[in-house]
Ligand binder design. Structure first.
Ligand code: KG4
Ligand code: ZN
Length: 350
């Protein structure tokens, strides 16, 4: 089983990624990012994303095979992100994976993009590093541009969504705040950079969902409060206080995430948590998660390599290996369709 070679594809948003994996080991992981292209629009432009994925998917596959020194015929199974994501973008990867699986008569393994993020802390390099155990039950805080979710995993491929955002995702909120300040996409890293020298308490912003006992998140109220705050400031005042504004916004986003993580730790009493998704690249969030986990004597795991925070096909290939072991794949790949909106609770292994 450990020698099964999987070619995995992810085109769910703005990265065309192809990886070749062997169980948890990544042989190659190719990422063609479209970030620069979409920057001028302040967000991901779907038809442009589709066009880019279409032009990059074959080169990505060819480079991945070449670097791994593997022929297409030697691949044992194909894996693809079928959702959630931008429909025109997902379509490119799904159609390519279907065609490859049909042509080479190999199984097709559909993977949910969020499952990929959940497995990202366990992806290993070619030499099998880092060696990490899956300690079940495990709690994951998924914080990306499209999702903010707390997911409990009791065993492999078994997911229980304990809470999720009622409106915007945390990454989306950071992106929107950055846009209000006149910055491009993606806003999270820009806000993190500027926040380093800022005083978070200079402006008072509400920490979302602080008074609630459930595990859901919400960022639309904060977005409105930030907009109102900016509307009262002159351009000059905004420019002079950019660091403080970024620090203030980032701090309340982080506080809201930590508040819900703390509640979930108390409820579930798990001993291992993971912090995954694009926003998990944020150093303040990582540091404060570590502090919280130390206090509760809980092990905190983050994606071990930088590329694993943002979208990549390596994590999709690793999930696919577990699915292959559990015989969760399609022999007739024609039936697979992209699903822009998915729900992890729907495909739980009992
Ligand atoms: O997981 P991801 O690459 O794509 C989705 O599946 O959505 O996450 C992208 C999100 C964007 O909202 C981006 O602003 C945010 O992750 N992000 C960050 C940082 N790096 C990326 N947010 C805060 N701090 C960062 N360093
Ligand atoms: Zn993602």
């Amino acid at each position: 089983m450990k020698n099964v070679k999987i070619l995995a594809i992810d085109t769910s948003c703005d990265e065309t990624s192809v990886a070749i994996t062997q169980h948890r080991r990544v042989i190659t992981n190719i990422i063609f990012s479209q970030v620069k292209l979409h920057q001028q629009y302040g967000g991901v432009y779907p038809s442009l994303a589709k066009r880019e994925h279409k032009s990059k998917i074959d080169p990505a596959i060819n480079i991945a095979l070449k670097r791994a020194k593997i022929a297409l015929g030697a691949i044992d199974a194909f894996a693809v992100t079928f959702g959630p994501g931008l429909p025109p973008a997902l379509e490119v990867g799904v159609e390519k994976a279907k065609a490859l699986s049909q042509k080479h008569h190999k199984p097709l393994i559909p993977v949910d993009h969020i499952e990929g993020h959940l497995y990202s802390p366990f992806v290993q390099n070619k030499n099998g590093k880092p060696l990490r155990n899956f300690d079940f039950p495990m709690l994951s805080l998924v914080v990306s541009g499209g999702h903010t979710e707390l997911v409990l995993m009791k065993k492999h491929l078994n997911y229980q969504v304990l809470g999720q955002t009622l409106d915007d995702a945390a990454g989306e909120a950071l992106d929107k705040a950055a846009r209000m300040l006149g910055f491009g996409y993606p806003g999270g890293p820009i806000i993190e950079h500027l926040a380093k020298n800022g005083k978070a308490t200079k402006y008072s912003l509400p920490t979302p969902m602080l008074g609630t006992k459930n595990l859901d998140f919400s960022y639309s109220g904060l977005k409105t409060a930030f907009k109102r705050l900016l509307s009262k400031m002159s351009q000059q005042e905004k420019l002079k206080n950019l660091h403080h504004l970024c620090a203030g916004f980032q701090t309340v986003v982080i506080n809201s995430l930590l508040h819900k993580l703390k509640l979930a730790l108390k409820q579930t009493k798990v001993k291992t948590i993971t912090l995954v998704g694009g926003v998990a690249a944020n150093q303040s969030l990582r540091q404060q998660t570590r502090i919280l986990c130390q206090k509760y004597d809980v092990k905190a795991l983050f994606p071990p390599y930088k590329y694993l925070n943002t979208d990549n096909a390596a994590m999709i290939g690793v999930v696919a290996s577990y699915k292959f072991q559990h015989k969760i794949y399609l022999n007739n790949s024609k039936v697979l369709e992209r699903q822009p909106r998915t729900n992890l609770d729907n495909y739980v292994i009992k």
